[in-house]
Design a protein around this ligand. Sequence first.
Ligand SMILES: [Cu+2]
Length: 384
Amino acid sequence: MTSLLIFLVLVLIGIAIWQLTKIFDLTQVGVDSENSEVANDKDNAVNGYLMFAFVGFIYIFTIYSVVKWGDLVLGTPASEHGADVDNLMNISLVLIFFVQTITQFLLHFFTFKYRGRKGQKALYFADNNKLEAIWTIIPVIVLAGLILYGLYTWNEIMYYEEEEDVIYVELYAKQFGWEARYAGEDNTLGKANVRYIEGINTLGVDLADPAAQDDKVVTELHLPKGKKVVFKMRSQDVLHSAYMPHFRAQMNCVPGMVTQFAFIPTVTTVEMREDEAIKFKVDKINKIRAKKSIELAANGEEALDPYTFDYLLLCNKICGASHYNMQMKIVVDTPEDFKKWLNEKPTLSSQWKEANAPAPEPVPVVVPVETVVDTTKVLAQVIK
Ligand SMILES: [Cu+2]
């Protein structure tokens, strides 16, 4: 309460000082016309040049950003459709860059050119059909082209035929982690529902469903190179987003429904580690880590391990406190290695049976004959 009162007093003192300065200003009328609150030529010229300075700042900062952070872009796409996404992105960026450079210059130049000057009157005209036509038709053509190209690319990415030779993988999101389920030999994912979640069945797979018998649940995602993978996404709790940046793939995971995304991985993890841009990035990260390790060692703490590249599945929806660390490693293998890896994984139903097997019968304890105490003998001895 006291602090509120002090705060109110301070505010009132502030208002009083402000009012006093206003009164002081009013008493100065006619003394110095340069002090007037109406902008004069000098004020307008200063603002005009500031406009120029600002457009210069935009240009210089753009160039600086490209030079300083340009190498942080994703680099080689690791999926078949990735090149199309990159193309669309590059075309959009170049167009935006071009239009932005020109329009920002014009905007700032005209504010400077037509800045207020004493005695200057603004020219008024209602409209100019030629100008209107130019700045309507050009954006219409450019935007329609971009939208059509985008739609075409999107359809290409999202379309797949049911009977195609594909692998079905379920991605299950929850606060804060991922799990994946492979459809097994029948290539059909068994039914699942949040109500079936129990014990090791963390995905809520319906273990009575025949299609679920060969399903395999894993915590590290492996994908075969060159084969189409259809992801079925589910969420246990809130909205998440499965984001696989190197594959240029992202799809929301929505509680209560199944969403889908499909792509063909084209670069194995081993191949990507040899990619020049990735090598450059890994070196850069390891230099930072080495520097940090020296600091840590000086404080008697454990040094950081060197970083090696791995594909990642990340969450791209702010879903809670540990959202930043909601990730799963992705390994792209050759088809043979993938098959070998998957074959070694146990099915969920076998894991379930093992975990829920009835406890073995208790073994009866057999007491050796010699140790059995003959109470009558003991009693007889005590009486003696
Ligand atoms: Cu999330």
